[in-house]
Design a protein. Sequence first.
Length: 300
Amino acid sequence: MYRGRFAPSPTGPLHAGSLVAALGSWLDARKQGGAWLLRIEDIDTPRCIPGADLQIQSQLLACGLQWDEEPEYQSSHQADYQKALEQLIAAKLLYPCTCSRQSIAQHLAKQGITSARNQEMVYPGICRPADLKADAATHTHEDKVAWRIALPQDCQITFEDLALGVQEQNLNQEVGDFVLRRSDGLFTYQLAVVVDDARQGITHIVRGADLLSNTARQIHLQKVLGYVRPNYLHLPLVLDEHGEKLSKQTLATQIHTEDAPHALAELRKAAQHLGLRNLPDGQGITIAEWLLAATHAWKS
């Protein structure tokens, strides 16, 4: 049974890029006769804006994008993330880390390695113990340390994206041992999304191509946690006039959904970006009628 989801962060209202992801995932679920779930990814609490979750839900409903089960919030599933973390600690796959971004950058600089601004730094293994079998459980979840996953040698991940074809990433060379729980106690997106997708039985993940680089990490986590790997389909990004991805950080403007004509206009722009052609463009069509036509036109 197909189970898809749209998982926005409540850091602001939906913009054109997030509507493309919502519409693409909704159409894929509807075309395959599956369920479409809404999950509010509010795990990074300092970035969340009060009321943004309800605004997002209102915008989706105005666009006719109805979900099939009650919306879920990551903040309600802290115990699930902690259980997964402890499972990996018990398996001797994690180690505590006290590195700051500055200390990592300084260590890399000494090796002649510099990273572009806002680019993710490949962790050089500063805190990785020589013997991973040593008992890391002496560090409890109360300690002010981050927890990193120790990657095996030559951790090459290959998967087939339903839109982009075969994808490969060497996690050792491009990411390094990555964090699953931060030193401030917050669980990272990588761990939370993997646990959530498994817990909700998600079979198909349709999302923006900005998250493509995260997929290999998530597939590795699925493997070590014993989860089933879902199917992946990454959608083309909506870019601004500077060629940057639309985001709340770059002050992307919210979509207009104050009435049906505005909502339908936003849906039409999103569909065009997704490559859907020959959809009804008359003034008298309802959102429900337009969505039905878009579903027929979607190639899953």
